[in-house]
Design a protein around this ligand. Structure first.
Ligand SMILES: [Zn+2]
Length: 367
């Protein structure tokens, strides 16, 4: 009886060994990884190839700015060994999702090491400052004590209000405390924000690819050689495309280098190729459009003589169509800003997307 039990134990141990051996050493399962949006997912697939199984959270034509994670997304994140994210606050929903899914894998931030463009750098904050100004005008005459003076003095834009000294409005002042808290929160949110759309520069794309490669090689050293080989091939293609895009954009006439899109997604493209992009909507498709900004943009289009506006695959383009019809500008085509097209579309890979955008701009602006 005793010896038989030992025999049974060793047999089942052997059986277990036989079952685990093939999967761990010979036929390795692809590593489950998550990429937050389609452009990044394509890059990750190019580097990881057969060694990984990619789940992309925000798919083709999806808008990552306003994405709401699904239960399936949470499951994919929970099971992933690696998660690839853009960073620079592009995925505002990420932290909560990772927490909810108890993600315990490695996080790879694709924009690490990229010198990000600040929100102000391509100047689309005027509405924000105007709002603040109105807010302050409403409060005129209500500021009663030193605390308020200090608060205003700190804020360079609103220094003029520090001169108001009314000592006999204590009650009213208390009422306005809340308003100023809002103001501070607003200011804290907007200042120091960076443009997250760094993939719109092919030069920065190489940094994305490097971060992806290092992340995969670290998680799966056995296949590191493959990852670096895939990287080399891909970077060669990216650099070749950059030469083509540079040539196309350099050929755009001087007086046609200002274009209009729906939201401010092309700051890095503009920076790389010497174009100017204007947009009624800010860095996120979530930003509210101020009527004053639209009026200003329409005036600018008329004054500068902008000949074409471009709709975006992910955005609500009704406003842009209205701007076009009011100014007589033509719709130059569709640009892909934050997501790839589906596999039948003209931008089903990152490289196709960049080429499509450059060709669309080039065609519309060379006429
Ligand atoms: Zn965007």
């Amino acid at each position: 009886m005793f010896s038989r039990r030992i025999l049974l134990t060793s047999v089942s141990a052997l059986a277990a060994l036989a079952l685990t051996l093939p999967t761990t050493t010979w036929a390795k399962e692809p590593i489950p990884v998550v990429a937050t949006f389609s452009i990044l997912g394509d890059m990750v697939e190019r580097i990881g190839g057969e060694h990984i199984a990619v789940t992309t959270l925000v798919g083709p034509d999806g808008d990552a700015h306003v994405y709401q994670p699904t239960p399936q997304a949470a499951r994919a994140v929970a099971e992933a060994d690696l998660m690839f994210v853009n960073g620079l606050d592009f995925e505002g929903w990420l932290e909560r999702l990772a927490e909810a899914a108890a993600f315990d894998g490695a996080l790879v931030v694709a924009t690490d090491g990229i010198e990000a463009l600040a929100f102000d750098e391509h100047g689309d904050e005027p509405s924000d400052h105007n709002e603040h100004k109105d807010e302050h005008d409403d409060h005129e005459g209500d500021h009663g004590d030193e605390d308020h003076k200090d608060e205003h003095a700190e804020d360079g834009d609103h220094k003029d209000h520090a001169d108001e000294g009314h000592d006999d409005h204590k009650d009213e002042h208390d009422k306005h405390e809340g308003g100023h808290d809002d103001h501070d929160a607003h200011a804290g949110h907007d200042h120091g924000a960076f443009d997250p759309h760094a993939w719109q520069s092919l030069t920065h794309a190489v940094t994305y690819v490097d971060n992806i490669t290092v992340g995969l090689a670290k998680a799966d050293p056995e296949n590191a050689t493959d990852y670096y080989a895939n990287r080399a091939t891909y970077v060669t293609e990216i650099e070749a495309l950059n030469v083509d895009v540079s040539a196309m954009m350099a050929a755009v006439p001087e007086d046609k280098r200002t274009v209009v899109t729906s939201h401010d997604a092309f700051g890095y493209f503009a920076d790389a190729y010497g174009l100017t992009f204007e947009a009624p909507q800010g860095l996120s498709t979530e930003s509210e459009v101020a009527a004053a900004d639209v009026a200003e943009l329409i005036e600018q289009i008329r004054a500068v003589g902008i000949s074409a506006v471009f709709v975006e695959a992910i955005a609500d383009n009704r406003l842009l169509q209205q701007i076009a019809s009011e100014t007589g500008a033509t719709i130059g085509g569709t640009l892909y800003s934050d997501a790839l097209s589906d596999s039948n579309g003209p931008a089903s890979t990152y490289l196709d997307m960049m080429r499509h955008n450059a060709e669309t701009l080039s065609k519309a602006l060379s006429n």
